[in-house]
Design a binder for this molecule. Structure first.
Ligand code: HEM
Length: 408
């Protein structure tokens, strides 16, 4: 094997610090380190089907076309444990399932993320955004992550699942404890099951006793449904709730942090979006492309697949590197430039194919409303100091982002 036949495996904390933490200037690459981006480029150009012995051995696909194609072929590239570094992650619904079973659950869940469902949630989400924004703006300065980016998605999840609003503080604390563990593969599975599982199991028991309207309440709707002629067990309903919290918080918090970082380091983008707020949705897509908060998801080959002269054997683990694909110059002109009106922008930050993110409409809603409110209330947003970034086996994102605000 040549040097380019292999790659260095999952990211470690040390090689993901943002450029600016190493003195690289304010306009760095968000939470993507220059080293990581260079690795993406090397693999895309010279070894698009790369093998590493890390984590028991796995392949990584980095070219846009290959990643999207594999994501759209669930019969050949099956889902199971979603993260390479955690083969024992445990079954999560729907992300661990495969067709045709997967579709049954997606059908049950999709309606709670429909356009009308999101329109109903929007005023509530806007209220949360304003409530967490105002103290920051009044202070003129503060850490955007703890004050804003973490609580807003927790409250949004609370609202999505119709938890009492007071539950969100508990949820934020649990989530923060969980995220402080740095996504340690030895602890994450157990923590998800115990902490979020215990929380959701209590709510499931309450709903069993006093169901809400299944049309508007996700957990009551799932409980009222039948799969293969049988109602779902409490354990299954709990697993679904746990997956929504595990998948819907850090991803969105990291995206919010990355978007605020982009604004703070690009006064021209701030100005444009203040003047033309109707361009915010398109800017959100570009922030998601360039950041790709969930950069790598796992599959298992179900049969031998030939790709770029290499053979992926049945049973081999395969990482779909959405982060590298989103920076592929064959798919995106000037991929490192943040072009807020990029069109088309068929990025893979939410994946592709049957597992494409269920919560994407909610994440987009939160990001849009957050940017609308923050830009409408400020004349200037600035970095007030260097942020810190943590990277685990699944996500990377700001853990602190000191910002300074000049209000209108
Ligand atoms: C910006 C924020 C988010 C990002 C970047 C993101 C990213 C992703 C990605 C890349 C996948 C595809 C997984 C794969 O290919 O195997 C996915 C799936 C999923 N996401 Fe998200 N997500 C976000 C927010 C959310 C939210 C808010 C929720 C729920 C409230 C959520 C729930 C899910 C679920 C349940 C799946 C599995 C879908 C399936 O297997 O059918 N996500 N997400």
């Amino acid at each position: 094997m040549t040097d380019f036949d292999s790659h260095s495996g999952s990211p470690s904390v040390s090689d993901w610090f943002p450029e600016e933490d190493r003195g690289g200037g304010a306009r760095g690459s968000g939470s993507r380190s220059a080293q990581r981006l260079a690795e993406y480029q090397r693999l895309r150009e010279r070894c698009p089907v790369a093998w590493t012995e890390d984590n028991g051995g796995y392949w990584t696909l980095t070219r846009y076309d290959d990643v999207r194609d594999a994501a759209r072929r669930p019969a050949d590239f099956a889902s199971g444990a979603p993260f390479i570094a955690m083969p024992e992650f445990g079954s999560q619904i729907p992300i661990s399932l495969n067709p045709p079973e997967h579709a049954t659950y997606r059908r049950l869940l999709n309606r709670y993320f429909s356009a009308p469902a999101m329109a109903r949630l929007e005023p509530t989400i806007r209220g949360f955004v304003v409530e967490h924004l105002e103290p920051l703006l009044e202070a003129g300065e503060g850490d955007a992550i703890t004050a804003f980016c973490q609580p807003v998605p927790a409250r949004a999840l609370s609202a999505l699942l119709n938890l009492p609003d007071s539950a969100y503080t508990e949820l934020v604390k649990e989530i923060a404890d969980f995220e402080r563990m740095g996504w340690d593969p030895n602890k994450v599975g157990a923590v998800i099951a115990q902490v979020f599982g215990a929380h959701i199991a209590r709510v499931v028991a309450e709903r069993r006793a006093r169901p809400l309207d299944p049309e508007s309440d996700l957990l009551s709707g799932v409980m009222a449904a039948e799969v293969d002629g049988r109602p779902l067990s409490d354990d299954t309903v709990t697993q679904i709730g746990v997956q929504l919290i595990a998948a819907g918080h850090a991803t969105t918090a990291d995206s919010l942090g990355a978007a605020l970082y982009r604004l703070a380091t690009n006064p021209d983008i701030q100005m444009t979006l203040r003047r033309f707020p109707e361009r915010i949705p398109s800017a959100v897509e570009e922030f998601l492309r360039i950041e790709t908060p969930l950069p790598e998801l796992a599959r298992t080959a179900t049969e031998d697949v030939e790709l770029h002269g290499r053979t992926i054997r049945a049973g081999d683990r395969v990482a779909l590197n959405y982060g590298a694909a989103n920076r592929d110059p064959e798919a995106f002109e000037h991929p490192s430039a943040c072009i807020i009106d990029r069109s088309p922008n068929d990025h893979l930050a939410f994946g592709s194919g049957v597992h494409k993110c269920l919560g994407a409409p909610l994440a987009r809603l939160e990001l849009r409303v957050a940017l609308e409110e923050i830009l409408a209330r400020t004349a200037e947003i600035d970095l007030a100091g260097p942020g810190t970034v943590t990277t685990g086996i699944m996500l990377s994102g700001f853990t602190s982002l000191p910002l300074r605000f000049r209000t209108r």
